[in-house]
Write a protein that binds this ligand. Structure first.
Ligand code: HEC
Length: 145
């Protein structure tokens, strides 16, 4: 083998080495960057193996109407506090049910003041989704017909 050919081979080998080293160094840098800008709270979905421990609230979807009711609505609607129509008392709900589910839901989400008192927005459950409020209203209605 001529000396030029040997030099050319060595140069090619060095070049190849540098190229792979450069590529891996760059990906290591990218990794570090991704780590640094990763959001503090990650959303983990059930079955997502990238997250070790999925957050229960996300994984289990919306709370049931009964759960929302028990957490946020029971204080007023079980006792009739502040003029609230009582759950389980059909007479308290007949007129409200008659006006339609959409109106009741709208009132429950936005809140409203009627002749009996003040229904606070979302029954004060500020972390309840519209869907959860809807389920809670459905729960009340199912117990009050
Ligand atoms: C601080 C007391 C209070 C809490 C807590 C509360 N409510 Fe009410 N709610 C009321 C009162 C008072 C009324 C009646 C207002 C009126 O008609 O004058 C009412 C009325 C309603 C109505 C009837 C709306 C209509 O159109 O007639 C629905 C539905 C309702 N509440 C759902 C809920 C749900 C669901 C929750 C829990 C997420 C909840 N409320 C929590 C006091 C409360």
């Amino acid at each position: 083998m001529s000396i030029q050919r040997r030099l050319a081979l060595v140069a090619a080998a060095v070049f190849a080495l540098l190229a792979t080293w450069g590529a891996s160094a760059q990906s290591a840098q990218e990794q570090a960057l991704v780590e640094r800008i990763r959001p503090v709270g990650e959303v983990c979905l059930e079955g997502d193996s990238a997250c070790a421990a999925p957050v229960a609230a996300v994984a289990s979807g919306p709370r049931t109407g009964e759960q929302v009711y028990g957490a946020a609505c029971v204080a007023c609607h079980d006792t009739g506090a502040g003029g609230a129509p009582k759950t389980g008392v059909a007479a308290d709900w007949a007129d409200r049910i008659a006006q339609g589910a959409d109106t009741m839901l709208q009132h429950a989400i936005a809140g409203f003041t009627g002749s009996k008192g003040m229904m606070p927005p979302r029954g004060t459950c500020m972390n309840c989704s519209d869907e959860e409020i809807r389920l809670a209203v459905e729960y009340i209605v199912s117990k009050s017909q």
